[in-house]
Design a protein. Structure first.
Length: 137
């Protein structure tokens, strides 16, 4: 087994090339440096004319411009990096951004939208209810 930037490992009755950390397989016997940052792995999609790379970023990181960047909004939202490099949290329904994480809205009613306005939680209460200190009553 030939394996550039990796090692040959027995799997069943054959030898396979396993890439070193921070490398992705470009063909059966060659691994290429991912350059995703901090030893993060990647996959290469080898086409006829071009080869594209996809970083495999762990939880709390997202791929931006070919590298894994730290980006964590907690378990209740998705994190993105904007064009200018800022972290943007897209929270699930019933959650809002507070201190860089998606937190439970807790307006007292199921599926009530809320947002943080100048540091204060505001509930968008349905007809017949009003916001009283962050709870629909």
């Amino acid at each position: 087994c030939k394996c550039e930037n990796g090692k040959c490992v027995s799997q069943g009755n054959q030898e396979v090339c396993i890439c070193n950390p921070g490398f992705g397989k470009i063909d059966d016997s060659k691994c290429k440096d991912c350059k995703c940052g901090n030893g993060f792995n990647c996959t290469f999609d080898v086409g006829f004319f071009t080869t594209s790379k996809k970083c495999i970023c762990p939880k709390g990181f997202v791929e931006k411009d070919g590298v894994c960047k730290e980006c964590d909004c907690g378990d209740n939202g998705e994190c993105e990096i904007s064009r200018d490099g800022a972290k943007v949290c897209k929270c699930k329904a019933g959650y809002y951004v507070r201190n860089g994480k998606c937190e439970d809205c807790s307006c007292g009613l199921k599926n009530t939208a809320c947002e943080l306005i100048q540091g204060i939680k505001e509930c968008a209460c349905p007809n017949g209810y009003r916001d009283s200190r962050g709870v629909c009553v």
